[in-house]
Design a protein around this ligand. Structure first.
Ligand SMILES: NC(=O)c1ccc[n+]([C@@H]2O[C@H](COP(=O)([O-])OP(=O)(O)OC[C@H]3O[C@@H](n4cnc5c(N)ncnc54)[C@H](OP(=O)(O)O)[C@@H]3O)[C@@H](O)[C@H]2O)c1
Length: 254
């Protein structure tokens, strides 16, 4: 039986811009109330909340918090439950990198490696841990979908720390799916190049190269990527899996 999304309460971390904003819209279009987390810029979060409420007639909540700070992750879950009464879905979409030379072992400081690990790995653990008691109480459980990256599977991307922590994130996702029990479906989506503010930091030359390297000779379309989250949220038989939505970028490097 597919899981119905209407009237579910979903938290999207890093939900105010880029891929997270598209995911927020897609879940709202399915009838979900959306808690939009952001870290620094309130106005895109406010604009998106207004757009979603008027387009889809669902409730929204804006939650400020740095997903590299465990107390903030826990607070995102608490605030969602306080505002909507429960939580049935989490999209762990916030991520962190610093665009550096992948081959340079000095490219990031120890503090930057720690930040990368905190946002991309530890924060996901904190979100799952905090929501699990509620998922276990929900009649139909809950879902946790992590935004990973093809950098988790290939030896490249914006930085070595990013690639390493996104790989750890996929492993964490599988561990959580194994241990969190029958009420929690936990999966990851691995996008290729997305032309968001983040993806555009690659610059025109690298972007052209990444499009050319993909089997489909294009970037990953945001809408196609967001659709994968909806599919995973509805499917009650998939857990512990990672789905590539990358225009065939990863298969060129396997
Ligand atoms: N772009 C790509 O090519 C690409 C490819 C593969 C995977 N991804 C993954 O996709 C996810 C989203 O990337 P994007 O391209 O959509 O980025 P984006 O356009 O730069 O949007 C980033 C979003 O995350 C929020 N954010 C940033 N740092 C945060 C933190 N520490 N805690 C909570 N929220 C935070 C931002 O809020 P503020 O505006 O308040 O900072 C904003 O809502 C990331 O996990 C990234 O690793 C991206």
């Amino acid at each position: 039986m597919p899981y119905k999304l209407k009237d579910r309460n979903v938290l999207v971390t890093g939900g105010s811009r880029g891929l997270g904003a598209e995911i927020s819209r897609r879940f709202a279009a399915e009838g979900c109330n959306i808690a939009i987390n952001y870290a620094n810029n309130e106005s895109p979060a406010k604009d998106l909340a207004k757009e979603i409420e008027s387009s889809y007639h669902v409730k929204t909540l804006i939650v400020k918090g740095d997903c590299g700070v465990m107390a903030d992750c826990r607070n995102c879950i608490h605030e969602t439950i306080k505002a909507f009464g429960s939580i049935e879905g989490i999209v762990g979409n916030a991520g962190w990198t610093k665009f550096t030379n992948f081959n340079d072992l000095d490219a990031m400081t120890e503090e930057e490696w720690d930040k990368c690990y905190a946002v991309n790995v530890k924060g996901m653990h904190a979100l799952a841990k905090e929501a699990l008691p509620t998922f276990n109480k929900n009649a139909e459980g809950g879902f946790f979908i992590i935004t990973s990256s093809i950098a988790a599977k290939s030896l490249g991307g914006s930085s070595m720390a990013y690639s390493v922590t996104k790989a750890a994130q996929v492993h964490l996702m599988k561990c959580l799916a194994k241990v969190c029990g029958e009420k929690a479906r936990i999966n990851a989506v691995l996008p290729g190049l997305l032309l968001t503010d983040w993806g555009n930091l690659y610059g025109p030359e690298r972007i052209a190269g990444l499009k050319d390297a993909a089997a489909l000779k294009k970037e990953t379309e945001l809408g196609d990527c967001a659709d994968a989250y909806i599919m995973l949220a509805k499917n009650t038989s998939i857990t512990g899996q990672n789905i590539h939505v990358d225009s065939g970028l990863a298969i060129q490097h396997l």
